[in-house]
Design a protein around this ligand. Structure first.
Ligand code: ADP
Ligand code: MG
Length: 693
């Protein structure tokens, strides 16, 4: 295969645009894509017809406006290109159909920001993310807004947040005498996932209905041997990965790295970073393709954040930075960060933003599924803090404490084997335990869930950093002695936000009490994390940056809680059904068999011992009764929740229903360890986690 030739073959990308569009039209389109100029509508017809011609040559018969409603998924409605002409048809895509589509908005979540009788919604072309052909359809990336202009998707606010940060970053650059057309946020999302066999998957209602196992005793061999991470990839998994890469590359996704992750059956794919909105679109496409390709191989790709209790969950590391169209990375410290004032200022803005708005940043990654990771065993804690590493940590310390900074020269490393080359050592070690870590020339936000749309976290990051940059620009533009003013500002702001910096072990027992002393938030679940979004200051920042209206900001928080309530409700109902219809009867049958065995032994002669059976009968019968009682309590409590009033409902789910579910699970998992595998109704963790050979 000729990879460079195959790469992006299904994408209407820059080179295809250049080839197929008249040069005036091409230039006008580029001005929109590269410099953010408002799209010249008069070119739409020409672009549409070139796009259609190219798509048809790739076998397309349909087109769809592809959008990202607040369900967290993508949505599409396919229209064929056909148009009657006499008794024949021609294939056509008009400029209007490219630019705007109409869609019934009433069936998508809106957080009550729109009455259901006002159903009209529009999808509008996002020319900055390239269209592509998939399975006979031309996919046109679009934003989704209501008739009255409210955003109903994740993309419109993302684009607005990118505009906001572009505007403020350019003001800062101007103060440093740097001109550029555009500052883009760049994002590289590393995607973790599980692969299991479809056969086992189809035997588990919980996996099918909720994406995770609601029951399952720990497996005797989990991840303690630490032999899976970066381990040899199994042949069947390797085949899947090869197929996936080919698919991803054909859609222009810059898939770069693949490896085994920490848990059995867990893997990761990391792409090369790109502009934030393209990164979001391609990550959505990546998740879809992972599922599709897995199916072709008789596998199922689980993107849930915690499919298996007691086994590492999956996340998405969101690498985030700011780059000008001339290739300057604003978060690149360079050789001498101490004298790189622009870098120090941008770094300070990020530190300030994360400290001031830790609540909404935490909330931007909150979901029922991600609650199993954050603040639990392996993931970064639910407390937001910033890790800077040794070098920058020392630099910031010196600024805050007014001490002299002695730059530690980047050392060389020798491994003590003369044949091996000496290589330059990185200035910072990795810190896996930080939720928000500086990693060389970017920040890595590690709290995102594996199935999340990464738009949410990036909308928040862009908005809050834009806000900090705006405040800095407002102040600095007024000053006559820029150099003195900028250094004073950096010192003042780093001092003010020093509490958010934490360079030590975030998993250690000392961090929670220390964070509490520093006054940092520690919201462990979605129900407790989201309410900060209703606070005045947290709404204002979105409104001031032109990202959300007040109503939109509130609606998004409501939707997050609504989604949480719905998911816990589905999980609880699934749990009740599995327990009542499968597990309790299975244990009862096994107990009955044990009883028959005892009776059979006694029938032969009363000297045959049956202590084993008797103990087991007693234990299991008791556990089964307790399970019935626990399920009844769960049912009752669940019924008592008024699911329509999402704010109190989410509290009830988090603090009553989930503890009830934990109780049911504990009993059932114990019964699993005592029940004959012939009777247990579901594949065990061993069956599932080691199902792919
Ligand atoms: P690390 O050594 O920290 O793992 P890598 O170079 O392997 O860093 O990159 C990890 C991820 O970060 C990749 O997805 C990569 O494309 C992305 N990345 C690198 N530079 C940037 C940047 N300037 N902006 C956004 N993401 C970036
Ligand atoms: Mg990783």
């Amino acid at each position: 295969m000729n990879l460079p030739e195959k790469f992006g073959e299904n994408v209407f990308n820059d080179s295809v645009q250049k080839e197929t569009l008249p040069s005036e039209v091409y230039k006008a389109l580029r001005a929109t894509i590269v410099a953010g100029k408002t799209l010249d509508v008069s070119i739409a017809g020409t672009v549409a017809s070139a796009m259609k011609k190219w798509a048809v040559s790739k076998g397309a018969t349909h087109y769809t406006h592809w959008f990202q409603p607040l369900t967290g998924l993508t949505a599409e409605k396919h229209e064929s290109f056909i148009e009657p002409e006499g008794d024949r048809v021609i294939m056509r895509l008009t400029g209007k159909s490219l630019i705007v589509g109409e869609s019934d908005a009433s069936s998508f979540p809106s957080g009550g920001s729109r009455a259901t009788h006002m159903a009209r919604g529009y999808t509008a072309w996002d020319p900055t993310s390239p269209a592509f052909v998939k399975e006979g359809t031309l996919y046109i990336p679009t934003v989704f807004v209501s008739y009255t202009g409210e955003t109903l998707d994740k993309k419109a606010p993302l684009l607005r947040s990118m505009r906001a940060i572009d505007k403020q970053a350019k003001r800062i650059l101007k103060l440093f005498g740097i001109e550029c057309k555009k500052v883009s946020t760049t994002v590289g999302p590393e995607q973790e996932y599980f692969l299991i066999s479809e056969e086992e998957y189809l035997k588990r209602k919980d996996l099918q209905l909720t994406g995770r196992t609601l029951f399952g005793a720990p497996v005797t061999r989990g991840q303690e041997l630490e032999d899976q991470y970066f381990g040899v990839i199994k042949p069947k998994v390797a085949e899947f990965m090869r197929d996936l890469d080919n698919e991803l590359w054909s859609y222009g996704v810059l898939s770069k790295t693949k490896h085994n992750e920490v848990a059995p059956a867990q893997h990761e794919m990391a792409p090369i970073f790109t502009t934030a909105n393209v990164a979001v679109d391609t990550n959505m496409l990546t998740m879809e393709l992972m599922k599709k390709v897995a199916k072709k191989h008789g596998l199922v790709c689980l993107l849930h954040e915690k499919p298996f209790k007691g086994i590492n969950g999956s996340g998405k590391h969101n690498n985030w930075s700011l780059n000008t169209d001339k290739g300057l990375n604003l978060l690149n410290p360079g050789e001498n960060p101490e004298s790189n004032t622009l870098f120090k200022l941008v770094l300070t803005a990020v530190v300030k933003a994360v400290d001031d708005y830790q609540g909404i940043l935490r909330s931007s990654v909150a979901s029922a599924a991600n609650d199993h990771r954050l603040g639990a065993d392996e993931a970064p804690p639910a407390i937001i803090s910033v890790y800077l590493g040794d070098q920058l940590g020392a630099l910031v310390d010196s600024i805050v404490k007014g001490e002299n900074y002695v730059a530690e020269k980047a050392a060389n490393s020798s491994i003590g084997v003369p044949e091996s080359p000496i290589f330059p050592k990185d200035a910072t070690d990795r810190n896996r335990t930080s939720p928000f870590a500086f990693t060389g020339n970017k920040f890595e936000f590690r709290m995102l869930g594996s199935q999340a749309n990464v738009a949410d976290a990036n909308i928040c990051l862009n908005t809050i950093v834009a806000d900090a940059l705006e405040k800095f620009a407002d102040e600095l533009e007024r000053e006559s002695d820029f150099n003195a003013a900028v250094n004073a500002l950096i010192e003042r702001e780093l001092k003010a936000h020093y509490r958010i910096i934490f360079n030590l072990d975030g998993y250690g027992p000392g961090w929670e009490p220390e964070a509490a002393k520093r006054g940092l938030l520690n919201n462990k679940n979605t129900a407790d994390a989201v309410p900060v979004c209703y606070e005045e200051k947290n709404v204002d920042v979105y409104v001031n940056q032109g990202v959300y209206t007040r109503e939109e900001a509130i609606a998004r928080a409501d939707i997050r809680l609504e989604n949480y309530v719905k998911i816990i409700n589905i999980e609880a109902l699934t749990m009740i059904e599995m327990a009542k219809r499968d597990i309790i009867p299975a244990v009862s049958d096994f107990v009955a068999t044990l009883c028959q065995n005892v009776a059979a032994k006694q029938a032969v002669c009363d000297k045959i011992p049956f202590k084993t059976e008797k103990d087991l009968i007693e234990k299991l019968a008791k556990l089964n009764d307790s399970t019935s009682a626990a399920v009844a309590k769960l049912e009752k409590d669940l019924k008592g929740v008024d699911k329509h009033d999402v704010r109190p409902a989410s509290q009830a789910m988090a603090h009553t229903v989930i503890p009830d579910m934990d109780d049911v699970r504990k009993l059932v998992d114990e019964m699993e360890t005592l029940t004959s595998s012939d009777y247990w109704p579901y594949p065990t963790y061993f069956d599932i986690l080691y199902s792919v050979k």
